[in-house]
Design a protein around this ligand. Structure first.
Ligand code: NDP
Length: 383
């Protein structure tokens, strides 16, 4: 029996993870499940899986959580510190699936207990970069990529030395707007942006996918997980989302990982690693799919990947600034405060205005994240 905690249990990744755990209940003991404020779902899940602890990040929700869990034997806690303490509880595997930089401190706490961390929360690695990878090395933790592209790369590398790799290609669906004109993009609505053609995901990553910032964040994530020269990390639009990424070796051989567009596949690879487990996902039917197509990214219409590559090249604090500005811009877009094409424009503006020194600690990263958010919000205030 292995022990498991899920940070962000009530989200899309949390639900997919628990769906797999539900099918193998006898193999797992659930330690901690966390949410932000979705008390109803969190209490139900904690009860169903017999979790030791349920935590809401938003402390105002704690009284309701306590009430719902009364008599269940599940401990209830609330607030940012409680979230970090939950992540620090010993578990064989922690799935880091909080959305945004809000997941950084708990993810770092999970890393510091030296176990295996399945990382979905890409914003945490993008923001903290070397601070996080250094913590992984220092504490002897294992970081397994849950993101489908990075999980695909991890599988294609199969333990091979990165010195044997010529290039890595991250595939991108191109999002719901991949064929839209600049004029159409300017008028895109939140409802249209969250309707992804291939994947069913949370709202924030769906918007990131529509702007292609998701691929930009993934480029930075890949660079930290698989450190090869940035120029050898490529992005390729592949609308069918069947090939999840590829590794080209120096002898000219390219390995690709294929699978259905269902996050339960990379999550299962993480849960069972280094073995394999069954999933209920429909097998890949390539004859029915018929064609796999590819095209280059269009950074005129979708500048986010250019901004992310430049932030990675600049290094230091730039990826954290890019991420924070993007989080503010996406939230503003979802709230109807700014238009779709303002998202990358705001990110570019904040990067031009705010260039702090490189962070050396989690405290530095958190301070840079907070300051970059203030810069981004200031851009939205009437002149
Ligand atoms: P969702 O929005 O569906 O879920 C987010 C989870 O984080 C929820 O449990 C939510 O709680 C919790 N949460 C939100 N804000 C906070 C906060 N401030 N403090 C603590 N917890 C918080 O997101 P996804 O599951 O789609 O994505 C999670 C992460 O995984 C993201 O980083 C995303 O980029 C990454 N990812 C997602 C994929 C997908 O298919 N969905 C694919 C690959 C990566 P509550 O329910 O209470 O709001």
């Amino acid at each position: 029996m292995r022990s498991l905690s899920i940070l962000g249990a009530t989200g899309s990744i949390g639900a997919s993870t628990l769906d797999l755990i539900r099918r193998e209940r006898e193999r797992w003991r659930v330690v901690a499940l966390t949410a932000n404020g979705n008390v109803g779902d969190l209490a139900d899940l904690a009860g169903e899986f017999g979790a030791e602890l349920a935590v809401v990040a938003d402390e105002r929700s704690l009284p309701e959580l306590r009430e719902r869990l009364a008599g269940s034997g599940v401990e209830a806690a609330g607030g940012a510190q409680a979230l970090v303490e939950a992540a620090a509880r010993a578990a064989d595997l922690t799935i880091a699936a909080i959305v945004g930089c809000a997941g950084l401190a708990p993810t770092m706490a999970a890393i510091e207990q030296g176990g295996v961390v399945g990382l979905a929360n890409k914003e945490a690695l993008v923001s903290a970069g070397d601070v996080m990878t250094a913590a992984v090395a220092r504490h002897g933790a294992t970081l397994l990529p849950v993101d489908s592209e990075h999980n695909a790369i991890f599988q294609c590398l199969a333990g091979n030395d990165l010195a044997q790799v010529r290039s890595i290609t991250l595939t991108a669906s191109g999002g719901p707007f991949r064929d839209w004109s600049a004029e159409q993009l300017a008028a895109a609505t939140p409802a249209q942006a969250v309707r992804h053609p291939n994947w069913d995901m949370g709202a924030k990553i769906s918007v990131d996918s529509a702007t292609m910032m998701n691929k930009g964040l993934e480029l930075i994530e890949a660079w930290h997980l698989f450190p090869i020269p940035l120029a050898d990390l490529r992005i390729l639009v592949h609308p069918q989302s069947v090939i999840h990424s590829m590794v080209e070796y120096r002898d000219g051989s390219t390995l690709a990982q294929l699978g259905p567009s269902d996050m339960r596949v990379p999550i299962a690879a993480t849960l069972a690693w280094p073995a394999r487990m069954d999933t209920p996902c429909a097998p890949l039917d390539l004859a029915a799919i018929g064609e796999l197509t590819f095209r280059a990214t269009d950074e005129q219409r979708f500048p986010a990947t250019r901004l992310a590559r430049a932030a990675a090249e600049a290094g230091g604090a730039a990826p954290a600034v890019l991420n924070a500005a993007n989080e503010v811009a996406v939230a503003a877009f979802l709230a109807g405060q700014i238009g779709f094409t303002r998202i990358p424009a705001m990110v570019e503006d904040v990067l031009a205005r705010y260039a702090p020194p490189a962070p050396a600690s989690l405290t530095d990263v958190t301070a840079i994240d907070a300051a970059a958010r203030r810069h981004a919000r200031a851009l939205m205030e009437p002149a």
